[in-house]
Design a protein around this ligand. Structure first.
Ligand SMILES: [Zn+2]
Length: 221
């Protein structure tokens, strides 16, 4: 959002003229992997939450920049497509789909109001765009929302995060329509304890929808 009004200093080194300079791009080390978290199907992350990747996510969440959403979304779509291609290998989730429904992680309404955008939905739209461009039908269905009592997760312990989200993710069934044969993929920028993704799964399962996998940009350990 508003990319053209902000100075295009690199999010990694702070130097102009571009948002992602060549030397920072070169030092970004991607480590695509599968991710296992209790109570969730095998998921995917593009890399660690560290170094330039961490700076990218941080800058994206702070600004909602379309250019940064594209950068993250491209890498996420590419990882999901590789995983789908590797269908049948032990380590990979296998959404062997005619199409993919991306369900973005909800964030707190107060945070959405303050920012003026919802980060996971922006990312999901970019991922869907890249998937469609590569020939995989994909749609975003932002059908989940958080109860008003949910607190900001960032300062909470793992146990507190779980408690914070327990029963607090709600699915609006009118916004969830999965065509026959399509697979549902949960999407968030970062996976930490998996509490948000478990809350999302619980809400979808209560509507009779079982997610196939989850797709994130970065994994924190
Ligand atoms: Zn740079």
């Amino acid at each position: 959002m508003l990319d053209i009004w902000f100075p295009q200093d690199c999010v990694g080194c702070g130097q102009p003229p571009s948002l992602i300079c060549e030397s920072c791009r070169k030092r970004q080390i991607l480590r695509p992997r599968t991710v296992t978290r209790t109570g969730l199907p095998v998921g995917l992350a593009v890399t660690d939450y560290a170094g330039f990747s961490q700076q990218l996510v941080h800058a994206f969440k702070l600004t909602g920049s379309h250019r940064l959403a594209q950068e993250l979304g491209r890498q996420m779509a590419s990882h999901l497509q590789n995983a789908m291609r590797n269908n049948g290998t032990d380590a990979s989730p296998a959404p062997t789909a005619t199409g993919v429904i991306l369900v973005p992680a909800p964030s707190r309404k107060a945070a959405n109001r303050n920012r003026g955008y919802q980060p996971a939905t922006l990312l999901a739209k970019e991922v869907a765009r890249f998937l469609r461009a590569a020939g995989t039908p994909a749609r975003v269905q932002a059908c989940l929302e958080l109860h008003a009592s949910v607190l900001d997760q960032s300062q909470l312990t793992a146990a507190q995060r779980e408690q914070n989200l327990l029963g607090k993710v709600r699915c609006n069934p009118a916004d969830l329509q999965v065509p026959t044969g399509w697979k549902v993929v949960l999407l968030d920028d970062i996976v930490t304890t998996g509490a948000t993704l478990r809350g999302m799964t619980e809400a979808l399962v209560s509507e009779g929808c079982q997610p196939e996998t989850f797709l994130t940009f970065a994994e924190t350990l």
